[in-house]
Ligand binder design. Sequence first.
Ligand SMILES: NC(=O)CC(=O)C(=O)O
Length: 265
Amino acid sequence: MRVAVCQLNAREDRSANLAMARDLLTRAADAGADLAVLPEYTDYLGPASGAPKPEPVDGEYGTFFADVARELGIWVHAGSFHETGPDADHIYNTSLVFNRSGELAAAYRKIHLYDVEIPGKVSFHESRTVAPGDTPVVVDIDGVPLGLSICYDLRFPELYRRLADDGAAKLLVVPAAFMAHTGRDHWEILLRARAIENQCYVLAAGQIGNHEPARTCFGRSMIIDPWGTVLAQAPDTTTIAVADLDLDRLETIRLELPSLANRRI
Ligand SMILES: NC(=O)CC(=O)C(=O)O
């Protein structure tokens, strides 16, 4: 299986962001990818005042990426978008996966919300406008189970253990808009830890660069194997990173170093 992670800088112009996403997915398909992954909030990352009106899963955002997946004939993980929430003040931060025919294969609502106050560096209160999801999701991609998560979820290993354990995930996906301040020291380490401890491939697609108001995303989208080796990493620009996943290698690692089986619960 060949996979691609797409890295972009979404701003306030939703049409331009979607055009960029389509362009990156086309590059991924041209590179032979079976599955391509977009970042968190692919369609808009800017001031809350200009955020798109929340939509249902089959709204404009979902329809756009369903069409792209069908046209390109690849699996598309469409990053995340502003889904209609449980009340007037809250949306869901929801990721969508489309199969090669453009059918919706899975939807996942971000479970862990980014409520952080690091003086002078990061002030973020996601739960003021976003309601948490409560359901881990694993989706079958051409016979390979893919566990879903979004950005801040990365800091909560119990979610990934659940995906790998109950859901038998072999791939873990992390669409993100990870902050540069935390990303410098935490992003790669956390991703590689999730890969090693769950003996899974990790596909992480991030936003890169500056967004209004005063937010800088870390980028460094990457694909990591179950040994923790970084197979591909995006440079600091809008681009894709591509890698081939060897599922026999995953089975060999799990056989030779059976840490999942050696657990004492
Ligand atoms: N932006 C996020 O949701 C998470 C993040 O930047 C961090 O965990 O740090």
